[in-house]
Ligand binder design. Sequence first.
Ligand code: NAD
Length: 467
Amino acid sequence: MTALSPPDAPVDAKIAQLLRSQRDFFATGETQSIEFRRQQLIRLKAAILERQTEIVDAVRADLGRPEYEGYFEIGVLDELTYVLKRFARWAQPRRVGLPLVQLPGSAWVQPEPLGVVLIIGPWNYPFQLVMSPLMGAIAAGNCALIKPSEIAPATSQVVAELVSATFPPHYVAVVEGGVETAQTLLKQKFDHIFFTGGTRIGQIVMAAAAQQLTPVTLELGGKSPCIVDRDINVEVAAKRIVWGKFVNAGQTCVAPDYLLVHEDIKAALLVALQKALQDFFGDQPAQSPDLARIVSNRQFDRLTALMANESVLVGGDTNRASRYIAPTLLDEVSWEAPIMQEEIFGPILPIMSYRDIETAIAQINARPKPLALYLFSRNQALQARMLSATSSGGVCLNDVFLQVAIWGLPFGGVDDSGIGAYHGKASFETFSHCKSVLKKPFWFDLAWRYAPYANKLGFLKKVIGMS
Ligand code: NAD
């Protein structure tokens, strides 16, 4: 932990002191300067670039992630470049028109930083998912405290080292630790809490935030459906699905959780999915250098229990010692099966079929709103129907996963899959308060609003649009 107090001080005293120092620093107004923010974003970019190998190695140590997929974490640089180019414009006051009756005067919306924000991260993309909100917090002019996930300890350490080497703790600091540390943090008063993790823990975070009336952004998970219509390029669809599902061994919040496939295309799709698996990972996926591992024994046990009574079409092999689960396809899973009751978050893909799309839509809508929804279809009427008939954090048509890397698209869930959004400008807005300002001159002052009101009601009725 980056701390100002003596190393043997109790954690809550250290946290309280850290927070006080951030509040004092924020109060100096230094973070308000656009140039200051720009310099910090540039420092962050340089620090990530300099430590890219350490970051990739840490993610490999935590998740057995292949180097290629490790570089997804460094993908925050792309967003950083996007933000650096634009954030000064986002920070400008935005003029708003006045109604005639309010003239003369001027009105505008002026973004201001919130203050000191808390960022709590998950283990699955343990670097990126704290750095991406951090850049939004910095761009908007805040101080930040980060608590990375203890389940990815190597990455947590790299995050702590990078931050302490780049920023003074009274500006940005990392507090490492597990649930207890998170709960100590949540007892403090922050100006915003940005949480990424599971829905159940999201409820705990929101309840704690409510005690302090702290606004929250909750980036949660869910079961993201992937609907596959008849009118597709089967090979391309299969490759995209297999990639998006099995990247990071399925431990991705926007991974397609299950497939709903039109009966007429199912046989062909199954063949194509198996071919894609074979092409990507070979005969013995356990030997493939391109498959990540399950993060913990707890997750491994949960996943193996979920597929225990299902019909395995491909895969199913497991090895607890190496926390390996083969990329697995499960056929004809029922809606009532245990695996359909919770987010899978692992390399297991249940496949179900449908004949009538309206029945499929009803099944999707009977469940909590997911973080992502995928539809593979060339049929534009079907695409439009799916967009209007279902609700999800985001949608990607004819591909999976990639919607998260379009920085102009806000990324977030809806209902059970989250509250609020971030990425690019959405991050800037999440970490800003949009202050409304009205400015009036003294030289013009109509008497119609002042008492005595005699003979003025007619004019008021006109003003409020009644006549
Ligand atoms: P998690 O909710 O278990 O943990 C997230 C963070 O919360 C960790 O830092 C952890 O220390 C802390 N935490 C855990 N228990 C806590 C408690 N009782 N009180 C306070 N803090 C607590 O989530 P996870 O297992 O790290 O991540 C997996 C989940 O995150 C999945 O559901 C996934 O879909 C979701 N996720 C969502 C996104 C997104 O952007 N929407 C991204 C990645 C992961």
